[in-house]
Design a protein around this ligand. Structure first.
Ligand SMILES: [Zn+2]
Length: 383
């Protein structure tokens, strides 16, 4: 049978061909509803009970439930239905297969993972269903923005463990970094550009902050390194200031991002910014600025003693994969599941180009991911 005739590949091609760009990232975009409908139809055809929950207008979460014949443990498979934008892409919804790769926006991040986990439910039903326990298939909205979907999911659902099928190249990711965004505003005194005695330059004041921020980043990157994630880091993201050429600027604004390691405090970036500002104030009593925390999400790491990563490595080995235990640099919904008491790992197909102009997923990886999830579900729900 050609690989493209596998039902999981047909499903993947359908999912990629449906626009689900996150409307909070790109104004006027379609959002998740159409792809969620396709997923709900698939889960219904498989024989799952389905719950649809709107986390915002036109933006549903879908949860499919497959119950075993006797009580047991619950495994959740979770993926996000939204994608980033498609600007500059030649054929974002083409879903063409060339040389074993399926191309299009979201192919790797993460419709490949969604197709694999839904395909796993199909295989389990076709193989006679679950002896014991429960499988939850959760397709959530808005991961690429503020994770409204995962936040709503953990309000309603519990599981003994979860696999988030973000792209890991069929490795088992046991941890990932978090992030924090902080805004810094420096103030000056607006004045005619010819009058240095009256004017105070907010942009040059920001320059002092930036210089110290860069030095602090070097310090952070020489600091504690996680064995799988390396060190924390920070960078300046957005900068604006001034209002005309011939005037001293009264205000400058910076937003910087700090990528955090699991376990770092939720206000670490704000505290670091405030320490820099305090030092600048003690150097210059006229220096005026303030820092504000905007948004952040913690990093995540599954308990080192939890059996899930080992079970998943074994399950993947039974279908011919040989996963390593790795950490991912990017943040994922696993942090929200983990914080809600659902131990989670990441495991999904390989590919390339997430968030860039040409994105693809390896079709064979999607099939192998599906097969590993079938093995894991049977082992986990029966243990
Ligand atoms: Zn993703």
């Amino acid at each position: 049978m050609p690989i493209s005739a596998d039902s999981v590949v047909e499903l993947l091609a359908d999912l990629v061909s449906i626009d689900s760009v996150n409307p909070s990232l790109v104004a006027g975009s379609r959002g998740e509803e159409n792809v969620a409908r396709r997923i709900a139809a698939e889960l219904d055809a498989i024989g799952c009970a389905i719950e649809v929950t709107y986390v915002a207008p036109d933006r549903p979460n879908i949860v499919g439930v497959l119950n075993g014949r006797a009580p047991g443990r619950t495994l959740m498979l979770c993926g996000h239905t939204d994608t980033v934008g498609v600007e500059g892409m030649a054929d974002p919804f083409g879903a063409q297969i060339r040389d074993g790769k399926l191309y299009g926006r979201g192919a790797q991040d993460m419709k490949g993972g969604l197709a694999a986990m839904i395909g796993a439910a199909r295989r389990i039903v076709e193989g006679g269903g679950l002896e014991t326990g429960q499988l939850l298939i959760a397709a959530v909205a808005d991961e690429e923005h503020t994770s409204l979907g995962a936040d709503a999911l953990v309000e309603r659902w519990r599981a003994d463990a979860a696999v988030v099928t973000e792209p890991t190249g069929l490795d088992v990711a046991v941890c990932h970094k978090g992030f924090q965004w902080v805004r810094v505003e420096t103030r000056g005194t607006a004045a005619h550009g010819s009058r240095p005695n009256e004017g105070r330059d907010a942009i040059l004041r920001m320059g002092r902050f930036l210089q110290r921020l860069e030095a602090h980043d070097r310090h952070v990157q020489r600091g504690r390194a996680h064995p799988l994630l390396g060190t924390a880091s920070l960078h300046a993201s957005l900068l604006e200031g001034g209002h005309e050429l011939s005037s001293y600027p009264r205000r400058a604004r910076l937003i910087f991002e700090r990528r955090t390691l699991p376990g770092e405090p939720s206000d670490v970036a704000l505290n670091e910014a405030n320490e820099i500002l305090a030092a600048l104030r003690s150097d210059d009593s006229e220096f005026e600025a303030e820092a504000t925390a905007l948004f952040g999400r913690g990093g995540y790491e599954i308990d080192a003693m939890h059996p899930l990563p080992g079970m998943l490595v074994e399950a993947a080995a039974r279908v011919g994969a040989s996963p390593s235990r790795v950490g991912m640099t990017f943040w994922t919904d696993a942090a929200i599941l983990g914080a809600a008491g659902i131990p989670s790992v990441l495991f999904g197909p390989g590919g390339a180009g997430l968030h860039s102009r040409e994105e693809y997923v390896y079709v064979e990886d999607v099939c192998r991911c599906r097969d590993a999830l079938v093995e894991l579900t049977r082992a986990f729900t029966q243990s």
